[in-house]
Design a protein around this ligand. Structure first.
Ligand code: IMP
Length: 429
């Protein structure tokens, strides 16, 4: 299976980092295709803890080329800071590649991100304030700066001279201050460009050539399906295409070249931003799950909202991504509960709803309908380890029934259940 995609099926933070890292085992290229430094995952590797936001997780592996595709938006200073941190830990980053078509996050994008959130009031998504939305807006409105423009001082100055006065006026209208002169931005970005230059190339050629040569590639999704610009909880999601289709667009790849799409499902649901969340738990149980699951954002440190697993959400992800298989994460967090609930559908104004609605007021009115299953015991790491080798047969009865229920509802096989953050803490079914 040369070309595999891994992506999140919920609102991000499903625990993709660990499986991305595992699936990178036989990959020669690991490719990011969307998002920017709004993403974040923690990888424990060789005794060091790395918090990566922009650099693909393959960077920690020797003989893996990490690629940042054209669908990603790059904050040059943040990117270089990550590279510096990796260099301090003696991680080799020389082989990294960045698409010459990837868009560049400008200082005014970050300023606008914060100001627009205030203006939006209860329509604000609770963004990471990394300038992601304003950068993608400029991309679509064709005011954007691409990496190839950043590499060309004349072109960069020309484009900046058009964008800067407009952005300055817009920021003023939002009662803000652009904070830098055009020359200051130009000088800052030219210095950053110098350092980025060795990494920039046409990554679509690189990726397609690698597939022609039979190399294994892992495409690493960031965020999750329900944050997707088209398929997510608009306007409470992010601004990129987080779904399988985004992988094609965000890398320059034809649809027939993908071999397998794996969806990561957390055993419960979590959400870091605002917007309706049908299965949200507001009680002590919610507190318990959030604490036990360590539900605090890698990028912002915010406490995540949590709730029961919502199969209406996951069905949407199965459908729009064309999932071939599922991995379930954090099953240990639910362990020890007497009973576990799973939302199978909603009711809205007396009617059954089986597909996630487009309208946010509709989603807010949806009442989840639960199927209740027996829980499973809270095992020690050793006890989990002892049953892990037995695969599906070794699973505690409650967890086995939970997995079987998910598979029967979604009609997609569950390949792996993870019971802890460690690389080896998995049960292969
Ligand atoms: P933005 O991507 O910073 O514009 O934020 C838009 C929405 O997506 C907010 O609700 C964020 O909390 C959410 N978001 C962005 N990146 C992530 C992520 O990596 N995990 C979870 N939520 C995210």
């Amino acid at each position: 299976m040369p070309a595999k995609v891994i992506l999140g099926t919920q609102w991000g933070d499903e625990g993709k980092g660990k499986f991305t890292d595992l699936m990178a085992d036989d990959a020669e290229l690991v490719v990011r295709f969307q998002g920017g430094n709004n993403a974040g995952h923690t990888i424990v590797f060789g005794g060091n803890t790395f918090k990566l936001h922009l650099v693909p997780s393959g960077i920690l592996r020797k003989n893996v080329t990490s690629v940042v595709g054209n669908g990603v938006v790059i904050d040059p200073a943040a990117f270089l800071k990550e590279l510096d941190q990796l260099a301090e830990a003696n991680v080799e980053t020389g082989d990294l590649k960045i698409s010459d078509r990837a868009h560049v996050i400008m200082p005014y994008h970050k300023t606008i991100d914060g100001l627009e959130e205030v203006v939006k009031g209860n329509l604000a998504a609770g963004t990471t304030k990394r300038g992601i939305g304003p950068c993608y807006s400029d991309k679509t409105a064709r005011f954007g700066m691409r990496m190839c423009d950043l590499m060309d001082p004349e072109e960069f100055r020309h484009k900046l001279s058009v964008a800067y006065p407009l952005k300055s006026k817009y920021i003023q209208a939002l009662d803000g201050d652009i904070g830098q002169t055009m020359e200051e931005i130009f000088d800052e970005y030219m210095a950053l460009a110098e350092r980025l230059k060795p990494y920039v190339c046409d990554t679509s050629v690189l990726i397609n050539d690698a597939l022609d040569q039979g190399k294994n590639i892992l495409f690493e999704g960031a965020q999750g399906t329900h944050l997707d610009i088209d398929h997510g909880v608009y306007p409470y999601g992010t601004s990129s295409s987080t779904v399988t289709g985004g992988c094609l667009i965000g890398t320059g790849l034809g649809p027939k070249r993908l071999d397998k799409v794996v969806g990561v499902v957390k055993a419960y649901t979590s959400r870091v931003g605002t917007g309706p969340f049908p299965t949200e738990l507001f009680d002590d149980l919610g507190e318990h799950i959030a604490d036990k699951g360590g539900e605090f954002g890698t990028t912002t440190g915010r406490r995540r909202r949590v709730g029961w697993l919502d199969l209406v959400m996951v069905e949407y992800a199965v459908r729009v991504n064309g999932l071939d298989s599922i991995v379930i994460t954090k099953s240990d967090v639910l362990a020890g509960l007497d009973e576990i609930k799973v939302a199978t559908h909603y009711t809205q104004d007396g009617k059954d709803v089986h597909h996630f609605p487009a309208s946010m007021p509709d989603v807010a009115r949806c009442v989840p309908q639960y199927h209740t299953l027996a829980g499973w015991p809270d095992l020690t790491s050793e006890e989990w380890g002892a049953i892990a080798s037995k695969g599906r047969d070794g699973l505690p009865e409650g967890l086995k029934a939970y997995i079987t229920f998910i598979e029967a509802n979604l009609k997609v096989p569950v390949d792996v259940v993870s019971y802890g953050p460690g690389r080896e803490e998995n049960i292969y079914l």
